[in-house]
Design a binder for this molecule. Structure first.
Ligand SMILES: Cc1cc2nc3c(=O)[nH]c(=O)nc-3n(C[C@H](O)[C@H](O)[C@H](O)COP(=O)(O)OP(=O)(O)OC[C@H]3O[C@@H](n4cnc5c(N)ncnc54)[C@H](O)[C@@H]3O)c2cc1C
Length: 486
């Protein structure tokens, strides 16, 4: 059985091997150059960093990628591997039509119109050709496009294959493309401090390596591709507030906020710092309970058996409410056998080595949850009565689900879930060329940011598949700008 945790473990092995190959590749350029000078120095071997390196190389520049861990350890490895695009050849071949305007409108709408329109436009204008680049230039294979639940659309291009996450497969393709080009990807090299010259241009980076401190110089620019700060509890607390800093990590433990720590001393404009994406997770096993809590039936309760949110909430809202409104950041989705998928959902959970509580009565279920049986029975009775009387919206909190069924058919199930953080959206603001700007919106010469490290593209929520997409679009653009093509 491959679950996310095993998968990440095997990926670590895989990329450890890649590290050994890539470490050899570093020797050649180091010997050839008098000092460690490259055209482009890229910090972080995630999707954004590796795409920047490949594009820079293909445009005739000499890039190097520096990665702090001994494998490509960022959020990219945890991603399902969906990339959202419109108007691609694959969509046309599979009979799906979508306009530029509708894609753009969805990206703006999901951000409550607070994403930077210039960055959204840049995404929308480039993602189609970047998908073709991935397919034809890098050799990435995509699965047949399936409809996503929201927006009801066929735009998710999933990296195809077995055995790894889709994001892991994408990283494998990108590392192979770096290796083919002999692009140095140096592991165990942590960027610590940007180096500027007398004109305040960013000209390099000071790193800690296995062999001590080392400076890498960049003629064209340094690219921050270090991801966001979802794994840094102190920063989550600082920018989002206490309860949200208890969100369980859904991704990499190494997204520690270097996008802020490295750039803040340069007076960059930090934007959307309190913004992030969250989703449900079971911390112990990393199981994703989305398919249960989003099923449109049942109630959500805390560990005391008390309702604390409207069940109409999306999975994102439920995750946030669980972190904010329950002291333990822990809830149960209660469902009965009126839900036809209840048995198969429980099997799926157990298959992911995740505990699901099953009982023949509500009272027994309450006992298994550690809740007060009397109070829980009375809550379920209250729910069933309100449903019968058409008064679900009068409950406290209201339940606004449109097609609910009563909770009255054994066996009964309690699926545990917690609020989890996927990624942070805040960071140094970039312009449409991926240049980092200062507080006066003036680009800081020689400094670029891409992927989750950059701020401005996302606010509130995101259209599934646009985070990886954004890392690809702005990674290529940063390289094109440094090559003088933008
Ligand atoms: C569970 C989950 C599922 C997801 N699914 C999807 C999806 O299907 N589609 C989608 O669009 N998005 C998805 N995402 C979001 C997506 O994974 C990220 O947006 C994307 O991977 C970000 O890529 P990146 O290159 O910016 O950063 P990362 O992949 O996080 O890479 C950053 C790298 O920088 C390195 N680094 C950090 N600091 C330093 C330093 N000081 N020096 C050197 N190196 C450093 C890190 O070790 C890491 O390797 C998902 C996220 C999660 C957690």
């Amino acid at each position: 059985m491959i679950n996310r945790r095993n998968c990440i473990k095997s990926l670590a092995g895989l990329f450890g091997a890649a590290a050994a190959v890539s470490a050899n590749a570093t020797e050649k350029p180091n010997k050839q150059t008098k000092k460690d000078e490259y055209d482009v120095v890229i910090l972080g071997a995630g999707t954004g960093g590796l795409v920047t390196a490949i594009e820079a190389y293909d445009l005739g520049l000499k890039p190097i990628v520096l990665e702090k861990m001994d494998y490509a350890a960022g959020n990219s490895l945890y991603a399902s591997g969906g990339i959202a695009a419109w108007g691609t050849a694959q969509q046309k071949a599979e009979g799906h039509e979508e306009s530029e305007q509708s894609f753009r409108e969805d990206m703006m709408k999901v951000s409550e119109y607070r994403a930077d329109p210039e960055l959204v436009d840049t995404y929308v204008k480039n993602i189609g050709k970047d998908l073709t680049w991935l397919k034809e230039h890098i050799g990435v294979k995509f699965a047949k496009i399936k409809r996503k639940p929201w927006p009801l659309n066929y735009r998710m291009h999933n990296v195809d294959g077995q055995g790894l996450t889709g994001g892991g497969r994408l990283i494998r393709y990108l590392l192979a493309a770096c290796e083919q080009r002999n692009i140095p990807v140096v592991f165990n090299t942590k960027a610590m401090q940007l180096i500027t010259n007398d004109d305040f241009r960013v000209v390099g980076i000071k790193c800690v390596t296995d062999n001590g401190v080392k400076d890498f110089y960049a003629v064209k620019g340094v690219v921050i591709a270090t991801g966001g700060f979802s794994a840094n509890r102190e920063m989550l607390n600082r920018y989002m507030g206490g309860p949200l800093s208890r969100l369980v990590l859904r991704g990499s433990p190494y997204t520690q906020g270097e996008n802020i720590k490295l750039t803040e001393p340069l007076g960059v404009k930090l934007v959307h710092m309190d913004q992030f994406h969250c989703g449900p997770i079971v911390e112990e096993t990393h199981a994703n309970p989305n398919f249960v809590i989003d099923c449109g039936l049942g109630i959500d309760v805390d560990v005391r058996g008390k309702r604390f949110m409207d069940e109409i909430f999306t999975y994102t809202q439920k995750s946030m409410a669980t972190a904010q409104r329950t002291p333990e950041n822990l809830a149960y989705h209660i469902i009965d056998s009126n839900w036809p998928q209840a048995t198969s959902a429980a099997k799926k959970f157990i298959g992911m080595k995740t505990k699901v509580l099953v009982a023949d009565s509500i009272e027994e279920l309450a006992k298994k949850m550690g809740a007060d049986p009397k109070a829980f029975v009375s809550l379920v009775n209250e729910f069933n009565t309100a449903l019968k009387g058409g008064k679900l919206k009068e409950m406290d909190p209201p339940c606004s689900l449109p097609e609910v069924k009563p909770l009255d058919k054994a066996p009964y199930y309690a699926f545990p879930f917690q609020g989890g953080i996927t990624a942070t959206f805040g960071g140094p603001k970039i312009n449409k060329f991926a240049q980092v700007v200062n507080t006066e919106d003036v680009p800081i010469n020689g400094l670029y940011a891409v992927g989750n490290a950059a701020g401005g593209l996302f606010f509130g929520n995101y259209i599934g598949g646009t985070q990886l997409g954004g890392a690809i679009v702005f990674g290529r653009i940063a390289a094109q700008h440094m090559a003088g093509q933008k």
